[in-house]
Design a protein around this ligand. Structure first.
Ligand SMILES: [Fe+2]
Ligand SMILES: [Fe+2]
Length: 250
């Protein structure tokens, strides 16, 4: 922003610039975005009587290919939060863990990196469920709960990062405790626990891992639909379409 330009003038200019990028269409936001700002409104969701609402591809976002793959979503939608996923999967690989743990680590916070944070384990599992082994999506679903519980048998302690993020006196919701208690008795418990062990919050900012490192692992463990994610007909296709076009009015 040039020094002499006021902030109001700058934002107005930015809005005009975005409007032109949108081809004079009006982009709307879902209720969820407003609720997250503590507001109960649909904003301009019913239009302003002048502009047409944005439907279809969003020219403000990186373009997606006709038949997008998981790697395309990593590149065009998940940046920059994807480094957490890539670093965790890289650690799992360095630790010599099998494919299923590496792919689980690569996708474990896919909801945080690219979709919805709240209840991220559940959203993330649902997003990938049609394309991976049940063990992988199960592990991703319950890692959200397991992260709060130590397991000395594998050297996993309550995360320091959680004390900083939520405070030392944070009390868990009953559904998280119930999920942990069910998971502890489950045959795939250790798969999910391994996500926690390789779940890195502090990593070397100088090391940048590229998604291409996991091309083979993805090829072996993620059933990429030929039509492209979102163009297929699975219980989560609509979620991929929403991620591709998040400002569609309907
Ligand atoms: Fe997580
Ligand atoms: Fe994580």
């Amino acid at each position: 922003m040039p020094k002499e330009q006021s902030f109001a003038a700058f934002t107005e200019e930015l809005e005009i610039q975005q409007m032109h990028q949108l081809g004079d269409r009006l982009a709307t936001k879902s209720l969820l975005y407003h609720l997250a700002d503590g507001e109960q409104t649909l904003g301009n969701g019913f239009g302003n009587g002048e502009q047409k609402l944005l439907m279809g591809e969003d020219p403000r976002l990186p373009p997606m290919p006709e038949a997008p793959t998981l790697m395309d979503f990593f590149k065009q939608r998940f940046a920059p939060a994807q480094q957490h996923l890539l670093q965790s999967a890289n650690l799992a690989q360095q630790n010599g863990l099998p494919d299923k743990i590496v792919i689980a680590c690569l996708l474990h916070d896919i909801a945080v990196a690219g979709f919805i944070r709240s209840d991220h384990g559940y959203w993330g599992a649902q997003l990938i469920e049609p394309y991976v082994d049940e063990e992988i999506s199960w592990a991703i679903r319950v890692h959200q709960a397991l992260r709060f519980f130590p397991d000395e048998s594998v050297g996993y302690a309550y995360p320091e990062a959680y004390v900083k993020m939520f405070g030392g006196d944070y009390e868990l919701e009953p559904y998280i405790i119930a999920e942990y208690e069910r998971a502890r008795e489950h045959k795939w418990y250790m798969t999910s626990r391994m996500i926690c062990v390789n779940d890195l919050y502090s990593f070397d900012p100088d090391v940048v891992i590229e998604i291409e490192q996991f091309e083979d692992v993805i090829g072996r463990n993620f059933k990429q639909p030929v039509e492209g994610l979102g163009n297929d007909n699975t219980p989560s296709s609509h979620m991929w379409r929403t991620l591709r076009r998040p400002a569609n009015a309907l």
